[in-house]
Design a protein. Structure first.
Length: 446
């Protein structure tokens, strides 16, 4: 028995060590892929700033970008340009810090608020760290603009942790306020952040939380969601999101692809069936948890909330992106929420095995560590593909720095159809170390 306990402790520490290794690999990927130039949608904001927009313009901050209101994203891009020389370093550092704080919050909750034995704690901490830093989300690690996408899901996790462990919080009123404003804060990065509200309310009702919490979250959510959605128009008037509802099969396949993409390199051509089985597994665990609320721990409720939120986000994404085909769900940027789903579901399975079949828990840990090792073997191919793309972007960025703004450079950097001016001129001036006043920004376009 003592030998089994020692073996279980060792497996927990191994999973935690693998998580740290993945975190270091992701840091190395960020550094190796770094380029100072904007890419894709970031050009919209650089161009607007070059034409005189800034934090003093609420109309610009609150304006619609696709189906989002990217207030925080705009502020972060403006801050990088104004205070950090516009070289994207602050955005990449911010991305990594957000991931680190995200993982630290979950580790803290497990350590401080749960009574799980040490082997289970270490295993769960390792699983979440492995998934939070996983290079599957390479687009979010190598594209500075995606800092706000990562931030939105960190806010979601913080809100769910605060809601599920509210009774153990030192300052419950402050935690309640944080939960109440989390949907709008997350939505200022990604519109799907609004879904935090319904998920938290669902958990609060199931667990019969105090009416004050429910009322506070409900009122704040109603007001903020109303303000957010007021005059929010479909990006493509010919294909509004509600039109996707006419294709429920397409939405279902999109959702399966969204989560199945996490397994593409391990289980090629088996991604969707894997995702389908996981959803069935989650449904069974969630229903049993509701029926046996007395035995369900706060951390399990957190994991149920996390899985529910990621499923809701995937459906919302399908409504807006199904017009591009279900293959669009393979985009690596969606792996941030997808990997959180797998971490939360894996945690639920591990806790279930630990509680009901303690003798099998060590086997479950062994299977998890094996999957982690196999997943890490796929990093070589992932690294090669990401670096090849990064090298192409770095060459285009070098050309831009030298003064080239031809169509090929603009196309490689994903710039606006109208070209990369006046944004490129503003960047060159910023990179040269010359101060740029707001009145000069307005004149750059001329």
């Amino acid at each position: 028995m003592l030998k089994e306990a020692s073996s279980s402790c060792a497996l927990g520490k191994i999973s935690l060590t693998l998580a740290v290794a993945v975190a270091l690999i992701s840091a190395a990927l960020i550094v190796r892929s770094y380029m100072p130039c904007p890419f894709g949608d970031e050009w919209f904001f650089i161009d607007a700033i070059a034409r005189g927009s800034g934090p003093s313009s609420w109309q610009w901050l609150w304006s619609q970008h696709n189906e989002h209101r990217l207030v925080i994203t705009r502020l972060l891009v403006w801050l990088d340009l104004s205070a950090f020389h516009g070289n994207n370093v602050s955005l990449f550092v911010g991305t990594y810090l957000i991931l680190t704080v995200h993982w630290a919050a979950i580790c803290y909750a497990l350590e401080r608020f749960t009574d799980f034995p040490a082997p289970l704690k270490r295993t769960l901490q390792g699983l979440f760290g492995f998934c939070i830093f996983h290079p599957n989300q390479s687009e979010n690690l190598t594209w500075a603009f995606q800092v706000s996408f990562v931030l939105a899901f960190a806010i979601a996790t913080m809100a769910l942790l605060a809601a599920t462990f509210l009774r153990q919080m030192r300052w419950p009123r402050l935690a309640t306020l944080g939960v109440a404003v989390a949907p709008i804060l997350a939505a200022m990065n990604v519109a799907g952040g609004l879904l935090i509200g319904p998920v938290v309310l669902g958990l609060a009702l199931i667990r019969r939380f105090r009416i004050r919490l429910i009322a506070t979250v409900l009122v704040c959510f109603a007001l903020s969601a109303g303000a957010y959605l007021w005059h929010l128009n479909p990006p493509d008037a010919s294909y509004p999101p509600v039109r996707a509802l006419a294709d429920p099969k397409g939405i279902f396949v999109y959702v399966l692809t969204y989560f199945g993409a996490s397994w593409t390199r391990l289980l090629p051509h088996k991604e969707r069936i894997t995702a389908l089985l996981s959803i069935i597994c989650f449904t069974v665990i969630a229903v049993r948890s509701v029926r046996k609320k007395g035995r369900t721990t706060d951390f399990e409720w957190f994991c149920i909330g996390e899985c529910s939120l990621m499923l809701a986000v995937s459906v919302a994404t399908a409504l807006g992106r199904l017009k591009f085909g279900v293959g669009q769900a393979f985009a690596s940027r969606y792996q941030t929420p997808a990997m959180l789903y797998w971490a939360a579901l894996g945690s639920l399975v591990l806790i279930t095995v630990w509680r009901s079949r303690l003798a099998k828990f060590r086997l479950a840990q062994t299977v998890l560590v094996l999957i982690m090792f196999l997943s890490m073997l796929t990093f070589f191919r992932m690294w090669s593909i990401t670096i090849t793309r990064a090298d192409s972007l770095q060459r285009a960025c070098a050309a831009l720095i030298k003064g080239s703004d031809d169509k090929q450079t603009a196309k490689t950097l994903g710039a606006l159809d109208a070209g990369i001016e006046p944004g490129a001129a503003l960047l060159r001036k910023t990179w040269s170390g010359m101060p740029v006043r707001s009145d000069e920004q307005k004149g750059i376009q001329h």
